[in-house]
Design a binder for this molecule. Structure first.
Ligand code: UDP
Length: 326
């Protein structure tokens, strides 16, 4: 049992990971400024409402606990917003990470698992994407994550820090027994927006149907949030056992088009999904599918959810609970 700090643990992926760590018996502390996350995602007595730029508060937290590792989720994640408010994104995502890394160095904490993103690849030339594919972000969000990865690679080189960065593909679903799930404000993600369309009757806009894919809509690699959480546990185990630093794709290796997701949601819910075809969304690559062999082989991870329907069903279970429906 180890003391673990989870930054951004009141958010979607962070809160799932924190619950799995607690189930494993770890002494989990969540740092979150609640600018995006929700206190109700964090179990009683585990939340420290702190902003990563507050060095004194970080010293207080690191001084009163003996963290053996940090899992760092806290960041802004909206691509469109990152284009409009780039300075705020770099300050928060890069600056916040630097402030955390400085506190870790002051307090001799040397293991970090970092939330990175497939957005570091930009518009990839080939799929599935391996970790050594060229990194060419096409928006400040992806760049902010890549800049943090670069910092981590240098700290691995120049200091005692060891890290694992997980490049997430499309997180989805929920772990119903924890009563938590995907809640973003404003919501931009496909599956919750499909459910909103079902609930309100307002059609979902499919962003483009003229991509070079079999049905013309974008293909993404959807990974269940619990499988993503378990990838963090595998990464943590590796670092705790003296494993070396590394960067890994976190996806399932299977891609689904927007229309396939809509179809799956129709089957799972037994309801019609109202949708219309609209214009492309700027910055959306046609296809993003992970080659996740490295994560599977090196860290011994494998996904439990292997069908789109099972992932969508778990998201629907949470959505129904949240909206008080049966
Ligand atoms: N998408 C869509 N309509 C929406 C929201 C998303 O067609 O209202 C598409 C989007 O273009 C992408 C896929 O759904 O191809 C997944 O988008 P999401 O925002 O969930 O995740 P992203 O791929 O941006 O990380």
């Amino acid at each position: 049992m180890a003391q673990i700090l989870v930054t951004g643990g009141a958010g979607y992926i962070g809160s799932h990971t924190a619950r799995f760590l607690l189930e494993r018996g770890h002494d989990v502390h969540v740092l979150d400024d609640l600018s995006k996350g929700f206190a109700h995602n964090v179990p009683e007595g585990r939340l420290h409402v702190v902003n990563l730029h507050d060095a004194a508060a970080l010293d207080g937290l690191f001084g009163t606990h003996r963290f053996e590792a940090v899992i760092h989720f806290a960041a802004f994640i909206a691509v469109g917003e990152s284009v409009r408010e780039s300075e705020r994104y770099f300050r928060n995502n890069v600056g916040g990470s630097l402030s955390l890394l400085e506190a870790m160095r002051r307090h001799h904490v040397r293991r970090l698992v970092f939330s990175s993103t497939a957005a570091v690849y930009g518009n990839p030339e080939q799929t599935p994407i391996t970790e050594d594919s060229p990194v060419r972000p096409v928006n400040p969000y992806g760049e902010s994550k890549l800049m943090t990865e670069t910092t981590l690679r240098w700290l691995d080189e120049c200091s005692a820090l060891r890290f694992v960065a997980l490049r997430y593909f499309n997180a989805c679903g929920a772990e119903a027994r924890f009563g938590i799930g995907e809640e973003h404000e404003p919501e931009t993600h496909l599956i919750p927006l499909i459910f909103r369309a079902i609930r309100t009757g307002e059609p979902l806009t499919v962003f483009g149907s003229d991509y070079a894919t079999p049905d013309g809509t974008c293909i993404r690699d959807y990974i269940h949030v619990s499988d993503l959480a378990s990838a963090h546990l595998s990464a943590l185990d590796s670092l705790m056992n003296g494993g070396s630093s590394g960067i890994y794709n976190a996806g399932t290796g299977k891609g689904y088009s927007v229309l396939e997701v809509i179809r799956a949601a129709g089957i799972v819910t037994g309801k019609e999904v109202p949708y219309k075809i609209g214009a492309r969304r700027e910055g959306d690559p046609a296809e993003l599918v992970a080659d996740s062999q490295k994560l599977q082989k090196t860290l011994g991870w494998s996904p439990r959810y292997d069908t789109l329907e099972s992932m969508v069903a778990s998201a629907w279970e949470f959505d129904s609970m949240r909206h008080g429906r049966d």
